[in-house]
Design a binder for this molecule. Structure first.
Ligand SMILES: NC(=O)c1ccc[n+]([C@@H]2O[C@H](COP(=O)([O-])OP(=O)(O)OC[C@H]3O[C@@H](n4cnc5c(N)ncnc54)[C@H](O)[C@@H]3O)[C@@H](O)[C@H]2O)c1
Length: 256
């Protein structure tokens, strides 16, 4: 076993692929998710393939749940030095004046407070170990605005600002912190190929590569950032969107 990793929201989608990939890289992985049964399925799959994992049901927006998840991981294996803050929710499409307090708090707690809770707890322990890798799964909506998604956009921008500050404060202790910014991914939250609506057809039209990403393609970037050769990357926000955010998109079809 090389290192101990915590992956949040790992019961499905990007988190599940990340947990499996890190286990293949010889890490012991705490598979955390709100839906414990999904987390258990992923952990069993990892163990069946010869890796080390355990599942824990945890609401990442709740301090007691986060503290318990970390404590259980520490008791089982030791200090987690790799943290992937992946759990996230998109929420419904609402105009700014339609968002109620409950929706705001749900999205901000899940996407942002969670990152604060895990990071605050683990940073002093990583400092003691002289090593830490933190990956915050943001979005291209952490870099750009997007109509009818104001709370999600605000939450992902917050994650990126937080990432940069952690990088600046803690780099001297051997700890790096980076964000990744996926575009559209073939997951429940992103777009399942089987229910492609007009909305997603427009997404794919704007994408230079004319497809959405597979979760493993996102996990692979995370794997690199926490891997052996990732140590000089700190405070970065990696766009991984097939080129969607690289162009304005108005003239792309003129010659076709
Ligand atoms: N799919 C995309 O197109 C896309 C694009 C950009 C960014 N992202 C980000 O990637 C991350 C993973 O998304 P995904 O596409 O795999 O989505 P997904 O919905 O398939 O998986 C998200 C997981 O997070 C878990 N989760 C939700 N709330 C939680 C909570 N309070 N506590 C613990 N777990 C919780 C869910 O149960 C689920 O298993 C999210 O942060 C999302 O914002 C996704």
């Amino acid at each position: 076993m090389e290192k101990i990793a915590i992956v949040t929201g790992a019961g499905r989608g990007i988190g599940a692929e990340t947990a499996k990939l890190l286990a293949k890289k010889n890490m012991a992985v705490a598979v955390l998710d709100l839906h414990e049964e999904n987390a258990m399925e992923v952990a069993s799959q990892i163990e069946w393939e010869g890796g080390q994992a355990f599942a824990f049901g945890c609401d990442v927006g709740k301090r007691e749940d986060v503290e318990q998840a970390i404590a259980i991981t520490e008791r089982k294996w030791g200090t987690p030095l790799i943290l992937v803050n992946n759990a996230g929710v998109g929420g419904p499409f609402h105009r700014v004046d339609e968002v109620d307090d409950e929706e705001w708090e749900w999205i901000m707690n899940t996407n942002v407070k969670s990152v604060f809770l895990f990071t605050r707890n683990l940073l002093p322990k990583m400092k003691q170990a002289g090593y830490g890798r933190i990956i915050n799964v943001a979005s291209i909506q952490g870099l750009l605005g997007s109509s009818y998604s104001s709370t999600y956009v605000a939450s992902k921008h917050a994650m990126i600002g937080y990432t940069k500050t952690i990088a600046a404060e803690w780099g001297k202790y051997g700890i790096t912190c980076n964000a990744i910014c996926p575009g559209y991914v073939n997951t429940k939250l992103g777009v399942r190929q089987e229910d492609i609506s007009d909305y997603y057809r427009r997404v794919m039209d704007k994408s230079p590569v004319k497809r959405v990403a597979e979760p493993l393609e996102i996990a692979a970037l995370i794997g690199h950032l926490v891997g052996e050769h990732g140590g000089y990357i700190n405070g970065a926000s990696y766009t991984i969107d097939g080129g969607i955010s690289a162009h304005v998109g108005i003239t792309s079809d003129l010659t076709e």
